[in-house]
Write a protein of this length. Structure first.
Lengths: 186, 169
C-alpha cells in the first residue's frame, strides 16, 4: 500500500484536488475554474500559462466546463490515468450530492437563512467569474482585429444568447486565419 | 430509457459554453418532452445550486434516478459526459497528424473564451448593476481584488460570502 501511494503520489494528489474542489464549490462550473487554477498552480502541477491555454480548449468543446477542464488537465499532468482520476474526482461529489439533497430540498429551500446563504454564494460566483475574465484577457495577445472582434462578440451575445456557438466559432476562425496569414507574410 | 439516454447524449454534444447555457437547454428539452414539470425543474435547480459540481451533471443524475433508479442515474450522467470524452480521445489521437499553428490557434480560442466568459458574467451579474445593489457590487469587487492580490483558495470566498449573506443581506 505504502509503495503504491509513493509511486502514484501525483495521481492521488490530482484525484484529491479535484474531489475537494468539486465537493466544496457551490454554484457550478465557473466557480470551480479559479479553485482548480489555484490548487494546481500552488502544487506546481501546472503553470499559469498552461492552465489558461487548457481552459480555452475546454471552452471550445461541448459538455460541462469543469469536467472538460478536469480531463484535459489530468491528461496533461499524468496522461490517460491522470484524466481518469481527475474526471472521477469531479463527478463523484455532484453525483452523490444531488441524490441526497434532491430528496430533502423542500425542507431546505423554505428556510430564510439557507436562501440568504445561497444568495451570498451566488455573489461570490460573480466575483470569481470576473476574475476568470480578467485572467483570460491578460493572457490574450492583442492585435488590430481581435479588439473589435471582442466587442462585436460581446454586443451580439447581449442581444441574442442563442447565437453563442456561432459567434464563438466565427471569432475563433477569423482571428486564427488573420494571425496565420500575417505570420506567413513576414 | 433509450430516448432519455439519447436526450442527454444530445445535450452533452451541443452544450457549448458550459454553465447556464446548458441549464436553458435542459429546461427546454426535458419540460417539452414531459420528463419534468416546471416546478420540479426549479427544485432541481435549487438543489443543484447547493450541491457541489457542474449543474448539468446534477440534472442528469437526478432525472436518471427519478425514472430508472441508481443504474439510471449512472447511465444518464455517463451519456451526458460521453461527447467530451470522445472528442478529447479523438483529438489526442489526431494530435500528431493535424498541423495547426499552435500559438495562433490557442490565442484565437482564448479570444472566443473571453467572449463566452463575459456573457456568463453578464447573465450572472447584470442584475446587480441594474438594481444598483451596492452590497453585492462591493462584495464582487472585494473578492476580485483579493483573488488577484492573494493566493487564498477561492472556496473560502464562496463560503465566506455565503456567511456574509446570512448576516447582511
Amino acid at each position: 500500500m505504502k509503495n503504491f501511494v509513493l509511486k502514484n503520489r501525483e495521481l492521488l494528489s490530482i484525484f484529491y484536488i479535484f474531489i475537494k474542489i468539486s465537493g466544496f464549490t457551490i454554484g457550478g462550473g465557473y466557480a470551480m475554474i479559479p479553485a482548480i487554477e489555484r490548487n494546481l498552480i500552488n502544487k506546481k502541477l501546472i503553470t499559469e500559462k498552461e492552465f489558461f491555454n487548457t481552459l480555452s480548449i475546454a471552452q471550445s468543446m461541448p459538455g460541462p466546463i469543469a469536467f472538460n477542464l478536469a480531463i484535459l488537465l489530468g491528461m496533461k499532468i499524468k496522461g490517460l490515468w491522470g484524466a481518469f482520476f481527475a474526471s472521477f474526482g469531479v463527478i463523484i461529489p455532484p453525483f452523490f450530492g444531488i441524490l441526497i439533497v434532491a430528496s430533502i430540498i423542500q425542507n431546505y429551500s423554505d428556510s430564510l437563512y439557507v436562501q440568504k446563504f445561497l444568495d451570498g454564494c451566488y455573489i461570490a460566483t460573480v466575483g470569481l467569474t470576473l476574475y476568470v475574465l480578467y485572467k483570460i484577457l491578460r493572457n490574450l495577445k492583442f492585435n488590430i482585429i481581435n479588439i473589435p472582434l471582442l466587442f462585436f462578440g460581446m454586443a451580439t451575445l447581449i442581444i441574442n444568447r442563442n447565437l453563442t456557438f456561432f459567434v464563438f466559432l466565427f471569432l475563433v476562425l477569423i482571428n486564427y486565419f488573420y494571425e496565420k496569414g500575417r505570420k506567413l507574410n513576414c | 430509457m433509450l430516448n432519455i439516454l439519447y436526450i442527454f447524449l444530445y445535450i452533452g454534444a451541443i452544450s457549448f459554453g458550459g454553465g447556464w447555457t446548458v441549464v436553458g437547454l435542459i429546461k427546454d428539452i426535458l419540460i417539452n418532452q414531459n420528463y419534468l414539470t416546471f416546478i420540479e425543474f426549479k427544485e432541481i435547480l435549487a438543489a443543484a445550486q447547493i450541491t457541489p459540481g457542474p449543474i448539468a451533471v446534477n440534472m442528469a443524475t437526478y432525472v436518471g434516478y427519478k425514472y430508472y433508479g441508481f443504474i439510471g442515474a449512472i447511465l444518464t450522467t455517463f451519456f451526458l459526459l460521453l461527447p467530451p470524452i470522445i472528442i478529447i480521445l479523438f483529438f489526442q489521437m489526431l494530435k500528431k497528424s493535424i498541423k495547426l499553428k499552435k500559438e495562433s490557434f490557442v490565442n484565437s480560442l482564448a479570444l472566443g473564451t473571453a467572449v463566452l466568459v463575459f456573457i456568463t458574467l453578464y447573465s450572472l451579474g447584470a442584475q446587480f448593476l441594474i438594481n444598483f445593489d451596492i452590497k453585492a457590487i462591493i462584495i464582487v469587487f472585494v473578492i476580485f481584488i483579493l483573488l488577484i492580490k492573494t493566493r487564498i483558495d477561492p472556496i473560502f470566498f464562496i463560503v465566506g460570502s455565503g456567511l456574509i449573506g446570512v448576516l447582511i443581506l
